[in-house]
Each structure stands twice: as C-alpha cells, then as structure tokens.
Design a protein around this ligand. Sequence first.
Ligand code: PLP
Length: 233
Amino acid sequence: MKPVSEKNLAARLDQLNERIASACRASGRSSEAITLIGISKTKPAEDVAAAHALGLKNFGENYLQEASGKIDALEGLAATWHYVGNIQSNKTKEVAKYFDWVHTVDRNKIAQRLNAQCPTDKTIQVLIQVNIDEDPNKGGCSPRETLHLAQQMMLLPRIQIRGLMTILSKDSMPRDSYESVAQLFTAIAAKLPADQQRCWDTLSMGMTDDLEHAIAAGATHIRIGTALFGARE
Ligand SMILES: *Cc1c(COP(=O)(O)O)cnc(C)c1O
C-alpha cells in the first residue's frame, strides 16, 4: 500500500469539497448538512492520518481485519470510524469494539449482538442497510421490512438507530433509487414515536460516481473512496 502524496490528497479534497458545495447549491441545501466519510479501504494508515491533518474526521472501512490494524495504528487520532462492510454474526464483537457507527445492519440478530457486545463506555450508532433495488446479490433488508426492523431495533438500549444506508446495484438508476430511499426514510420517520424521530436523522448514500444524485435526494452522509484516496488496486 503506497501512501498517496499529501499534495494530491489536498487537491483531491479541495475538488471534492467543490463538488459537494456545488451539488448543495443546486438543491438549495447547506454544505454543513453533509458529512463526508473518507472510505479508506485498501489504503494505508498514513493516508488516513494525512486526510485527518487536512480536516477530515470521519473514515469508513469495509474489511474488519484490515480496519482493526489501521485503527490500532492510529490510536489517539480524534476520528470517527464507520463500518460499511458486510457483517457476519461472528464478527459483531470486534465491530462493536472498533467502530462508532455501523452502516450495514440488515437483520435484528446482528443488532441484538451489537447491543449485547457494545463496550460499556459507548453507544453504537446504527443504520439499517436497505436493498432498495431488491438485488438478490446485494445485502440489505427489503424496503417492506424496514419499518418493522427499525421498530424492533429501537428497543435495544445500547445502540442508537439513526436512519438508513444504501448501496446501489450496478444497473440501478441512482437518481430514482436514492429518491426512493429518501421517501422510505421520510415515511418511516412519520411512524416513529417523537423521541425516536429526533434521532432518526441520517441517510448514508452516495459514492464517488453518484454523490450529486445522493445529495439532491437528501443524503446526510456520503461515502467517498476513489475521489479522495485515488483508485484502488
Ligand atoms: C468502497 C465503498 C465506497 C466508496 O466507493 P468509491 O466509489 O470509491 O467512492 C462507499 N461505500 C461502500 C459501502 C463501499 O464499499
């Protein structure tokens, strides 16, 4: 893993912030409503440290083994870590230990395990992954199950359910699919009790190729790898 040069990284971050600002202007939103998560999978800890020095505070990882090494190596860095990979139930303990946010919970069993294994000094912020295109090759719950799942998971005291996350399938239309996730998000909010509505505030969607569509649809968290750290091998 060769570290990205700091000059390249600074230029990419500037360009990316410009893209985000212009997408926000186009849809009448404030850039402050968008949290940029740098997806650092396959990239070395040095890249994360360099991005952090440039002001980025949120990072996301997909592979637990790779992530835990990196997070340990960066101990003391004031960063928020997001887990965005598939979760198997035998990995929940480590995910609960290392991560502040988990974006990819799609069944109650995983939520229950995160709740039971959450270290005592924290609460894990959880998003429900929705398979909006109902693609059999993708993780995520079906849109129809989502409200029920949210209601079940909200009974768990050690995790806080914050909203929805989605990963599109290759052949989906980003604009329509992100719009559908946003509609689902709003429809669920309307059915939650008031105290849970306040915390139902997060829509994680949008990657390098489609962040404009995600921001137009209402994304609050975008997950960017390539545009920030460069292409992956
Ligand atoms: C890799 C990955 C990203 C970032 O993708 P880019 O196209 O490189 O920006 C975002 N979200 C998830 C879940 C990923 O696996």
